[in-house]
Design a protein around this ligand. Structure first.
Ligand code: GCB
Length: 636
């Protein structure tokens, strides 16, 4: 095995510089190098925290597109620079050029191409695009009025998986990673009047991408979340954060960018409750550490109180709605605001209700899913699997009162020994944490899902756990681990045999006994679990497929009855684990997966949903809903 000195990796900001994480240099840190140092270097050049509250131009709508399966718009044969007749990003009007009748010709025309809705995955757009996996060029034109003295940025909330961004024919930046936002400055590239924005989107995953090319969910290529043109003053608030610390004080930080960033007065107002001031240092950074106002109401799922928080400095203002709560682990308990808590949850993919989802998480689409969880299932918790979900969803969880498990797609097998892959993972974590750290709902950062134990993999996850703690020491670290079953004194015992547990605050395991494998459902409650007594445990997944409406066929697999009985028996098994502090069964809704090709029961859908893709509740939904109703309000 190659030796990986994980602690010695420097990770430079990736989206920030407009450079893909994979292309970043890897330099060794000095002896002073630490996870904290490395984490600082993961900060993208621009964050625009609170972007959603800013003056902006939403570039959603109908864009045109051009498929480019052989990537000839990026590079020609033998890796040469692309032929000009293939370069989709050129700032030209093909029809006008053709009318001139020169010897030049073009093998694309972005203006006369087919249209597609942005945001949204192309897979849902036309039958031809359903399984398209490769490069597609998108274009839209927009008018930008001149604004003297202001800066302009493009903020992409997510492009799956790689993005190549051009404005008016000029490359603005690149980004790798399908679920995190990136911000590119376009102050100099923006023109008064018409602008041509072209984005190359490559959905292809490989052995070095995160995730790799095999998952259990759909490809969903495209500009899947909104794109906005954002204007700021010349010196502006790039980042503003506020959090309630375990000691009862409120800590925060504001970062200014621009020529006047140093030595500026900064004000933070928490609703009408309190106002604090500070001054930025030479780097434009101001920190706050103030006593929590006596009347501060704590955020919780039962009372998801959010405050309007206003950060002001040097003529710029950013607003956010922030909840204040503490989260901690004590022995085998999880404490929310100091009180023991049981996480009544469910797992969720980012896929809206409907027969042909496009992963377009409008507020309405997201609210429909979260309402089914909060109100239908009586839940207080959601596992947002297996990648960072949209900002819309996380903000709604804040508003509706659902605690959140957040993860990046370090899933199944990853190229553990490759430092470039680790760099991507750490950068992705940083982008997620910087985006969501003002969200009270988010309490758990997960560092992986079902990854097979090996020294290289454990070192990789260990570096991720250190990175999370350096970026955000206020939340808990977990990972969805595999369980191990063996015989002890002739008895079948389920254990966690994974050295990664030493790096985690909360243990979590996925278990599918009764679905995968040969266990009968009646055997489930008798299965013995031997897990650490001094640590909280979550069952991060369990589930069984059922086709909605397939009933009364004995207790066969894929019937609703089988799934319902599977839930009853698994819950009975779970009840016997004394350190169990939460559940997020797999999964709320049937979701698309190219792995699931049984023509009668699956037809391209993973059927472990408690509701069908169109929202029809299966019998097991009622089983879990009743169970959670009984659990609500009882001590864990
Ligand atoms: C798992 C994975 C999840 C799959 C699920 C299944 O363990 O974490 O992504 O979809 O099992 O349905 O098999």
């Amino acid at each position: 095995m190659k030796k990986l000195v994980l602690a010695l990796l420097v990770v430079a900001g990736c989206a920030a510089s407009g450079v893909a994480a994979a292309e970043l240099p890897s330099t060794a840190l000095s002896a002073a190098g630490s996870a904290a140092n490395a984490a600082t270097q993961l900060r993208p050049a621009f964050l625009l925290t609170g972007a959603l509250s800013r003056d902006s131009q939403d570039l959603s709508g109908q864009w045109t597109y051009s498929k480019d399966l052989y990537r000839t718009g990026l590079t020609d044969i033998n890796g040469w620079v692309a032929k000009s007749r293939m370069q989709r990003y050129r700032d030209l009007d093909v029809a006008t050029e053709e009318a001139r009748g020169t010897t030049d010709f073009y093998e694309f025309d972005m203006d006369r191409g087919p249209r597609i809705a942005v945001p949204g995955a192309w897979n849902a757009a036309t039958p031809e695009m359903r399984y398209y996996d490769g490069l597609v060029w998108f274009q839209r034109k927009f008018k930008a009025p001149a604004r003297e003295g202001e800066r302009a940025f493009l903020r992409f909330e997510a492009v799956n998986y790689k993005a190549y961004v051009y404005l008016n024919g000029k490359e603005i930046g690149r980004h790798e990673g399908g679920f995190t936002p990136f911000v590119l400055e376009v102050t100099d590239a923006l023109k008064e009047g018409d602008n041509r924005l072209t984005v190359g989107v490559d959905s292809t995953h490989d052995a070095q991408s995160i995730p790799t090319f095999i998952t259990d969910w759909d490809l969903y290529g495209g500009i899947t979340r909104p794109v906005r043109l954002i204007r700021t003053p010349a010196t502006f608030i790039d980042d503003a954060t506020l959090t309630l610390k375990p000691d009862g004080r409120i800590a925060g930080e504001v970062r200014l960018q621009g020529a006047q960033a140093a030595n500026q007065a900064v004000t933070v107002a928490i609703g009408a409750l309190s106002t604090a001031t500070a001054r930025t240092d030479a780097n434009g950074r101001a920190v706050f550490d103030i006593p929590a106002p006596a009347k501060l109401e704590r955020w919780s799922p039962d009372s998801p109180k959010l405050y309007d928080v206003r950060f002001s400095a040097g003529g710029d203002t950013v607003r956010d709605r922030i909840g204040f709560r503490t989260i901690a682990v004590k022995g085998n308990q999880i404490l929310l605001n100091g009180k023991p808590l049981f996480l009544r949850g469910i797992s969720l993919h980012e896929e809206e209700f409907g027969p042909n989802p496009a992963r377009n998480m409008t507020e309405q689409a997201s609210r429909a899913l979260l309402s089914e969880i909060k109100l239908g299932l009586n839940a207080n918790y959601v596992r947002l699997s297996h990648y960072p979900h949209s900002e819309t969803t996380v903000r709604l969880a804040d508003e509706m009162g659902l605690l959140v498990w957040s993860e990046i797609p370090v899933y199944w097998t990853v190229d553990w020994e490759n430092p470039a892959v680790l760099r991507k993972a750490l950068a992705m974590q940083a982008e997620t944490i910087y985006r969501d750290r003002n969200r009270a709902a988010v309490v758990l950062w997960s560092v992986g899902n079902e990854t097979p134990v090996s020294p290289a993999r454990t070192a990789f996850h260990g570096a991720m756990a250190d990175n999370v703690r350096a970026l955000d020491p206020t939340r808990l670290v977990s990972a969805a681990l595999l369980v191990d079953r063996h015989k002890e004194n002739g008895e079948d015992v389920t254990v966690i045999k994974d050295p990664l547990v030493d790096k985690l605050d909360v243990l979590a395991v996925n278990t599918y006994a009764g679905w995968y494998g040969n266990d009968t459902l009646d055997a489930l409650p008798t299965l013995k679990w031997k897990v650490p007594a001094d640590r909280p445990l979550i069952l991060s997944e369990f589930g069984a497929d059922a086709l909605a409406g397939y009933r009364n066929d004995g207790m066969k697999k894929f019937t609703e009855e089988y799934q319902a009985q599977y839930y009853r028996k698994t819950l009975a098994m779970a009840e016997k684990i004394p350190t169990l502090r939460g559940l997020s069964p797999w999964i709320l809704k049937d979701f698309q997966s190219p792995r699931r090709e049984h023509p009668v029961f699956q037809d391209g859908w993973n059927r472990k949903g408690l509701v069908s893709e169109t929202g029809a509740r299966k019998q097991a939904f009622g089983v879990l809903s009743d169970y959670y109703r009984g659990k609500a309000g009882t001590a864990p």
